[in-house]
Design a protein around this ligand. Structure first.
Ligand code: ADP
Length: 224
């Protein structure tokens, strides 16, 4: 479902992503683990077609991210590292607006909005003004937005960043429940998080993949 071949991205002299190859099969949750500055966000921005690669190629659901970017973006859900939201809107208004933007038919929009409000634990906050939310709740709004069009492929860049332990556990449970339903690439710098929800892990350091592992079917504990 996600296929990455020899992807490289430079920022002037810096090689932020260095010959990365990986695959994520349908229904898998890939943990993309690495310290800050390792190249996780840059890789995800390329796969979501927000940033061009310097070389190499990547496909999402058979679409080339370099040449079929619009189609890729229509198909996927993406939670960026920093969620930018209009400050004055209320949570539910914003999701309504995002639903229109994503072309969700009018008849379905309210149902999808309510489904993602519930999934992201935002029902009690639906009337709140976005600028008055804590970072953790803004992150959840980003997650709700990523889920809005019920995408088969999800890119979540540090989805637990800024969350308190209880919120973190909720979000991880939500992601764990997606296994087999959606294909997910989830970045994190916390090994324990990745272990708890991912079927496969790739570890990135200084732009390069340094280790990978898979959880064998039927195993209780992942062997990474
Ligand atoms: P991560 O998501 O793992 O924290 P990033 O992909 O954000 O890592 O960054 C990888 C490297 O690329 C870092 O050294 C970072 O400083 C650098 N970098 C990221 N974005 C830019 C940019 N727009 N211009 C120059 N360097 C950048």
């Amino acid at each position: 479902m996600i296929r990455v071949e020899h992807l490289t991205r430079r920022y002037h002299d810096l090689v932020a992503v260095d010959d990365v190859s990986l695959q994520v099969e349908e229904g898998e949750v890939l943990g993309f683990l690495g310290p800050n500055g390792a190249g996780k966000s840059t890789t995800i921005k390329i796969l979501t077609s927000f940033l061009p690669a310097t070389s190499g190629r990547a496909e999402v659901a058979g679409l080339d991210v370099a040449t079929q970017g619009l189609a890729v973006r229509r198909l996927i859900g993406y939670l960026p590292e920093n969620v930018a939201v209009p400050p004055d809107a209320r949570v539910e208004e914003y999701l309504e607006y995002r639903g229109r933007l994503k072309g969700i038919p009018r008849a379905e929009r309210a149902r999808r909005r309510d489904a993602v409000l519930e999934a992201a634990g935002l029902l009690p906050m639906r009337r709140r003004i976005l600028s008055q939310l804590s970072r953790g709740y803004r992150q959840r709004v980003g997650l709700a937005d990523a889920l809005l069009s019920d995408p088969k492929v999800l890119f979540l860049d540090e989805p637990t960043g800024g969350l308190d332990p209880a919120q973190r556990a909720d979000v991880l449970e939500l992601i764990a429940g997606m296994r087999g339903q959606r294909t997910v690439m989830l970045s994190s710098h916390v090994l324990a998080e990745v272990e708890s929800v991912c079927s496969r892990v790739a570890i990135i350091k200084n732009g390069a993949i340094v280790a990978r592992g898979t959880r064998e079917p039927g195993e209780d504990e992942p062997q990474f």
